[in-house]
Structure formats: structure tokens, C-alpha cells
Design a protein around this ligand. Structure first.
Ligand code: ADP
Ligand code: ZN
Ligand code: MG
Length: 489
């Protein structure tokens, strides 16, 4: 790659592979009976097994195996044996001095995830999705919370031994935006299947990014750098964008990239060299002697696979866009929120207008969820909210604008649309005599505008309609207003 690297005219493209760690939603840890819970008092969920005390023996958590199989089935992986290895290294948050993980026989091999990319489905292949145990958490005491200026460090072993699924992608990702879509897709699938909490802020989903750049058109990959410490999708995109630019500049200036691990620093928006990359040989992997390999019963795998809905959000968005002529971006904003798309489809099935329902879901409902931090499942709403709103628009009771106000109120109060309309007196004014009075008033108050209209400037009619809407606080039926103004001029 160096032959062309220093040519300033060469364009570079990124090659990205992601390693996603998802904490599994089990009641207990991977190899012991300690509770798996976030936020407990430090060092209360610990025992001889997860503290690595001499003589303690691990026992594999069946639920963790089941959740890993569920994921494997969803992504079409080859589901094999569960063989555990020891990965040996020292770190204070890892009391055993080795991590139990999977090496050459991961429970899930291969598989694929489809993402939305530039309005179409795009496949990202998976290398593997294996089981391993999490480490404890170091809390560096000091102003920055970083190790370099810490006065001391406290360690919480509650997380040590929590089951993790490590999902490794092939280097199929080319842009920060694709990386974002991929993480969104994985997060949705892991959440929908109840495999993980997938909260990046709380650390139940963590993403490490491997990134290299190469001249556009080159086949060989460049030297890769692993970037860690991004705790939101937004940081992931920022970190990748920064790192791609950094590597491109190094090559343009004739330099070379060294294989290393870099730390993303949210504050300065840069990646910083952390350590040179370890090789697999450094870890002295060997089969865990205290655990037998687990051979999975084929019928059990099939039973789990049968429960896994095969449809990914990306695919569902494309299907719905085709079926109803929806704008793909608009549907995409709905499919990643658990339960929202099911809700829209259920309402359409009982007569709700498809496009209006989609718009309500992507705007009012999403706004409400964002504001309250709530979930669709928690919205105690009666069936037929969108269907009722649709018919209230169709029979002239509500304008589209009023329907949105009613929906906002429905979401807050849990009342039915019809109840909100009658309680708030929100029905649109279709009573012609009332409207006629207001139209006459507005016409009387705007003689100059009337003159312009009479002189042939039809465009200013809109101004009059606006004045009537204003006088009625948006409750007039705009079509009726138009008609009444026309008939008077
Ligand atoms: P390592 O031996 O360093 O762990 P792997 O081959 O196991 O490397 O790959 C780890 C991750 O890095 C995978 O997600 C893979 O897709 C990605 N990857 C591998 N080579 C490259 C590359 N040249 N550029 C970017 N990502 C890469
Ligand atoms: Zn334990
Ligand atoms: Mg590797």
C-alpha cells in the first residue's frame, strides 16, 4: 500500500469491523449463582467462583446458552458446540487472571445482519458470536476518573462473570454511517429477542471498532487499529470519522499506521494510542479444564429457532415502504422502536389510514416516548387510537392539525380520542353560520387584500384563510373556509 500511499491525489476508503459485547439478560452469572444485576452495591454479588478463589468450580448457565442460540438462530449462524477456553492475562478487574471465553469453536459461527444503507438493504456478514464472561469494573479515584492521574483505584467485582455475547463482524463496513446502522440493527434485534438490555450508556452493550483505510480500488486491507471506549452510537460515529481522517492523513504524508489499540476521548474528540496490539499467542489460550464441552441437542436448537421471528427491522422497513408506498426514511424511524411498528400495523388492520398512522407514530408518538423516556409497551392505550383519529378526520370532526393535538393529549392522558375531543371541545368548526360570521369579519378587516384579489392576485387568498384559521385557533375546516371566501368574492 505504501507505493501509492504518499500520492496526495489518491482517495482512501475505510474498512471497518465491529466487535459488539452484549450483556445477556440472565438472572444469574455465566458460571455461578450470583445475581446478574446492574447498579447493586459494589461487591455484593460475588462468590468464590466469580472471585476466582482456589478450588471453586464453574457451572455453565443454561439460560446464557439459550440466549446465545436465540441470537444465532436470528442471524442464520451455524450453531455448534459450546466449548470454553481460558484466555490468560492479568488485569486487576479480573480476579482469576484468565477470562473464560470461546476460541476455535464458538457457539455461533458465521451469519449475517442486514442494514439499511442509502435506501436499500445491505448485508454485513458475521464472523462469529461467542459466549464469554465479563470482567469487574475499576473505579479510578481522581479528578478525571482516568488511570493516569488516579490517586487510588477501587474495584467492583459485581460484573465479574456476567455472561457476554461477543458479536464479531467481518470487515464489511465501509462508512461511519453503515457502522451506526449496523449497531442500531443489532441493538434492535437483541432487544426484541429479549437477549440483552442493550443500553450503551450503562455498558450492557459495548462496541469496539477495528478500522483501517486503503486506496479506493485496492483489494488488500490496510493495517487496522482497534478503537475502544465509545459509549453511545454518536461517539462511535465521531470516533470512526476522526480515526479514518487521522489514518488518511498519515498515509497522504507518506507515513505508516502501526497496529495498536487506541482510546476514544469524548472530551477532545480524538483517539489516543493506548497499547500495541496483543497477538492471540500472547494469551496462551487453552481449553477450560473445569468445563466439559456442551453438545447442543438439535431438537432444542430447532425449538428455539422456531420462536425467533425472522424479520429484522431493516427488512421490515423495506417491506412496509413497498407495501404502502411509505417513504423509507420515515418507516425507518419507526421500526427500531420496540412495539411501535406492530402497533401501526394493528391499527391499519382495523381501518386506520396507513400514511397518517405512520406519520403519527414517527412524530407525535416518538416525541412522546423521547420526552417521557417511556416505551410503547408502557402506553396504556385502548385499541383503535389511530383508527378513531382517522375516522374523526374523515367525517370532518377534526382537521389533521387538530388530530395531532388530540393524539398528544391521548398519549398523555390515556383517554380515547373521542373522549378528548368532547372534553376539550376540540371538534373543528364545520358549523357554516359560525364560520360565515368569522369569514365576514376577516374580509371586513382586510380591504386591501380584497382589492388585490379582485385585481386578479389569487395568491393572497391564502392570507385570508390564514387569518380565519388564526381567529378560530386552528379549529376551522380549511376547505370550508376556502369555499366561503370564494363565494363572497
Ligand atoms: P485480531 O486477531 O486482531 O482479533 P481479527 O481478525 O480477529 O483480528 O478481527 C477482529 C475484528 O477486526 C473483526 O471485526 C474484523 O472484521 C476486523 N478486521 C480485521 N481486519 C481488518 C482490517 N484490515 N481493517 C478493519 N477491520 C478489520
Ligand atoms: Zn459468583
Ligand atoms: Mg480476534
Amino acid at each position: 500500500m505504501s507505493a501509492v500511499a504518499s500520492d496526495p491525489c489518491v482517495d482512501y476508503e475505510a474498512v471497518i469491523g465491529l466487535e459488539v459485547h452484549a450483556e445477556l439478560k440472565t438472572k444469574t452469572k455465566m458460571f455461578c449463582g450470583c445475581r446478574n444485576e446492574f447498579g447493586a452495591k459494589p461487591n455484593t454479588n460475588v462468590c468464590p467462583v466469580c472471585l476466582g478463589l482456589p478450588g471453586a468450580l464453574p457451572v455453565t448457565n443454561r439460560k446464557a446458552i439459550e440466549l446465545a442460540v436465540r441470537f444465532g438462530a436470528a442471524v442464520d449462524a451455524k450453531i455448534g458446540r459450546a466449548v470454553f477456553h481460558r484466555k490468560n492475562y492479568f488485569y486487576p478487574d479480573m480476579p482469576k487472571d484468565f477470562q473464560i471465553t470461546q476460541y476455535d469453536e464458538p457457539i455461533n459461527a458465521g451469519g449475517k445482519v442486514e442494514i439499511l444503507d442509502a435506501g436499500a438493504l445491505h448485508t454485513i456478514h458475521l464472523t462469529r458470536a461467542h459466549l464469554e464472561e465479563d470482567t469487574g469494573k475499576s473505579q479510578h479515584q481522581g479528578v478525571s476518573g482516568r488511570i493516569h492521574d488516579a490517586t487510588s483505584t477501587l474495584i467492583d467485582y459485581n460484573r465479574a462473570g456476567v455472561p457476554l455475547l461477543e458479536i464479531v463482524s467481518e470487515p464489511d463496513i465501509r462508512t461511519p454511517d453503515q457502522a451506526k446502522q449496523y449497531v442500531n440493527e443489532l441493538r434492535a434485534v437483541l432487544g426484541f429477542l429479549d437477549i440483552s438490555d442493550v443500553k450503551m450508556e450503562e455498558g450492557s452493550m459495548r462496541v469496539d471498532a477495528n478500522v483501517s483505510v486503503r486506496p479506493v480500488g485496492a483489494e488488500a486491507f490496510g493495517v487496522k487499529v482497534e478503537v475502544k471506549n465509545m459509549n453511545s452510537v454518536r461517539s462511535l460515529v465521531r470516533a470512526l470519522t476522526y480515526e479514518i481522517e487521522r489514518q488518511t492523513v498519515v498515509y497522504r504524508e507518506g507515513g505508516r499506521i502501526v497496529q495498536e489499540t487506541r482510546h476514544w476521548e469524548e472530551e477532545d474528540g480524538r483517539t489516543h494510542s493506548m497499547r500495541s496490539k496483543e497477538e492471540a499467542a500472547d494469551y496462551r489460550y487453552f481449553p477450560e479444564p473445569d468445563l466439559v464441552p456442551i453438545t447442543l441437542d438439535q431438537a432444542w436448537i430447532e425449538a428455539i429457532s422456531a420462536e425467533v421471528p425472522g424479520v429484522f427491522p431493516s427488512r421490515r422497513a423495506v417491506q412496509l415502504a413497498e407495501q404502502y408506498g411509505f417513504d423509507l426514511d420515515r418507516v425507518a424511524s419507526v421500526v427500531y422502536t420496540p412495539g411501535l411498528c406492530d402497533w401501526v400495523e394493528a391499527e391499519i388492520a382495523i381501518g386506520a389510514d396507513p400514511l397518517r398512522s405512520l406519520n403519527w407514530a414517527s412524530q407525535e408518538v416518538m416525541a412522546h416516548l423521547n420526552e417521557t423516556g417511556g416505551e410503547v409497551a408502557g402506553l396504556a392505550l385502548s385499541k383503535g387510537v389511530f383508527a378513531d383519529l382517522s375516522s374523526l378526520i374523515d367525517d370532518g370532526t377534526l382537521s389533521k392539525k387538530l388530530a395531532r393535538e388530540v393524539l398528544t393529549e391521548v398519549l398523555v392522558s390515556g383517554k380515547s380520542p373521542r373522549t378528548v375531543v368532547s372534553e376539550k371541545g376540540l371538534a373543528q368548526i364545520s358549523d357554516e353560520s359560525e364560520l360565515e360570521r368569522i369569514v365576514a369579519e376577516v374580509i371586513g378587516a382586510n380591504p386591501e387584500t380584497i382589492e388585490k384579489i379582485r385585481a386578479g392576485n389569487k395568491k393572497v387568498v391564502g392570507f385570508l384563510v390564514g387569518q380565519v384559521m388564526k381567529a378560530t385557533k386552528g379549529a376551522a375546516n380549511p376547505e370550508a373556509v376556502h369555499r366561503l371566501i370564494d363565494s363572497r368574492l
